[in-house]
Design a protein around this ligand. Structure first.
Ligand code: ATP
Length: 443
């Protein structure tokens, strides 16, 4: 089977409208991307699946949408102002900048090859700053949030008093985060503007280890449910040098991306660090009175923190396949789970004339309420199938002369390429059934 490279994913993403470089007509902006018609649909589908998993299927998790701009003291309390930095060195010769953990400091500069050319390591804060209001003095300095979690902590008390939630419970949020990453690399894997899907689980001190194990298991299952190959997922425990100073334990779910094993999501035991810090910095009580035991404490937090845009890259990489067919031809196919595929069903009239296009359009309209559909009139039917394979559409329906007589159509399955004749009125239930029973074919 042909190798899946990042170049192939980048090129397909551009060709078919998943992801474009931001401001490309001006030469592009490094580390910033635009999600095209198919990309935004894929991203929204992943987001919706996560949101449903957290707030609908799981009990005791409520949602939040906090603002990107927050009071600057938030980032002092969280430790981001003091600690959120990567040590960097510059090459004195060519001025390239590198993260010290990503290069060998005793070697020559990887860009220009000059020896002994690095400056002393310096800390570089990853937060983007801007100014609020008319004056741009120190007093108006604010940050674009580098993670969504702090919005959850600062609303902890409001949610407890307004939502009748009792510990243990969670708060889930999806939203943009910004980091001035010096080495934006690997396409949308590491960008300066990205989206996170975070859930903070508030629990009683002493129960945190148990909940940590619980959430580790749930999060791994989630990716299997999304149809991601198990062979491409693994755990990585943070060693002492990686562990954030406040964290008790931390594991990453890693995915085998085209460029190797890399972090996809973090599951962290953040202890009572964040709420304690906010209590200290704001002077506002952040304790919880447990009605069951009458004890008052600052809750512990188990965090699940996933990158939504990084999930998009994972979904594309996992789905991508160049398959050699029996006749020797190859097809590029994205084997998305039907629940995340940007288009669920394509309706293709075999020919345009004799009322076939009209019948097909009518069928497509009837499916729109329930599924994302696509109508394609042009080109040979084989080419139209290939176009749908390449964007990962799991089902194609072909309407032909026989359809006008007996209201049957051909339903083609993307993965097996199997075609079955089926009544028009049975299509919706056949698709529902196939979605429910979907299994990824591992080759
Ligand atoms: P890294 O070590 O890769 O910089 P991190 O450990 O700082 O990442 P976290 O702060 O734990 O990452 O963020 C949680 C999740 O947010 C990550 O698992 C990742 O999926 C996503 N994420 C973090 N930074 C970026 C980025 N620059 N671009 C895209 N996604 C990101």
């Amino acid at each position: 089977m042909a190798e899946v490279t990042l170049d192939k994913i980048v090129s397909l993403s551009k060709r078919r409208g998943f992801v474009f470089q931001s401001s490309e007509i001006y030469g592009g902006l490094n580390g910033a991307y635009d999600y095209g018609p198919l990309g935004v649909q894929l991203k929204n589908n992943i987001r919706d699946m996560w949101w449903k998993e957290m707030t609908q299927i799981h009990e005791d998790i409520v949602g939040l949408d906090a603002s990107i701009l927050m009071h600057p003291r938030v980032w002092e309390a969280s430790g981001h102002v003091a600690n959120f930095s990567d040590p960097m060195v510059d090459c004195k010769q060519c001025k390239s900048r590198f993260r010290t953990d990503q290069i060998d400091l005793s070697a020559a500069c990887p860009v220009c090859g000059t020896k002994d050319s690095f400056t002393e390591p310096r800390n570089f804060n990853l937060m983007f700053s801007t100014h609020i209001g008319a004056a741009s003095d120190a007093g108006s300095l604010i940050y674009l949030r580098p993670e969504t979690a702090q919005g959850i902590y600062t609303e902890f008390k409001n949610i407890v008093s307004s939502s009748r939630v009792k510990i243990p419970f969670g708060i889930a949020q999806v939203g943009k985060a910004f980091r001035n990453e010096i080495t934006t690399r690997h396409f949308i894997f590491r960008s300066v503007e990205f989206e996170q899907m975070e859930m903070q689980w508030f629990c009683a001190p002493g129960t945190d280890d148990e909940w940590f194990e619980y959430w580790k298991a749930r999060r791994f299952e989630f990716y299997e449910k999304m149809g991601i190959r198990k062979s491409h997922l693994r755990w990585h425990q943070h060693g002492k040098d990686e562990l954030a100073f406040y964290a008790k334990d931390a594991y990453d779910i890693q995915y085998l991306f085209p460029m190797g094993w890399q972090e996809l999501e973090g599951v962290h035991n953040r202890t009572d660090y964040d709420l304690s810090q906010h209590q200290e910095f704001s002077g506002k009580d952040q304790t919880y009175l447990d009605p069951a035991t009458n004890e008052r404490y600052i809750p512990y937090v188990v965090e699940t923190s996933a990158g939504l845009t990084r999930n998009v890259l994972m979904a594309l990489s996992d789905a991508y396949e160049e398959e050699t067919l029996e006749d020797g031809e190859t097809r590029t196919v994205l084997r998305f789970h039907p629940d995340i595929a940007p288009v669920t069903v394509a309706v293709l009239p075999l020919v345009k004339k004799d009322g076939i296009a009209e019948a097909a359009k009518e069928l497509e309209l009837s499916l729109r309420e329930e599924f994302t559909t696509f109508f394609d009139l042009s080109g040979a039917i084989g080419r139209r199938y290939r176009r749908m394979d390449e964007i990962g559409t799991p089902y194609c329906i072909t309407v032909d002369y026989q359809s006008l007589e007996d209201r049957t159509v051909t339903l083609r399955h993307r993965d097996s390429m199997e075609q079955v004749r089926i009544g028009m009125d049975e299509i919706a239930s056949a698709i529902r059934e196939a979605n429910k029973n979907y299994k990824r074919v591992e080759k």
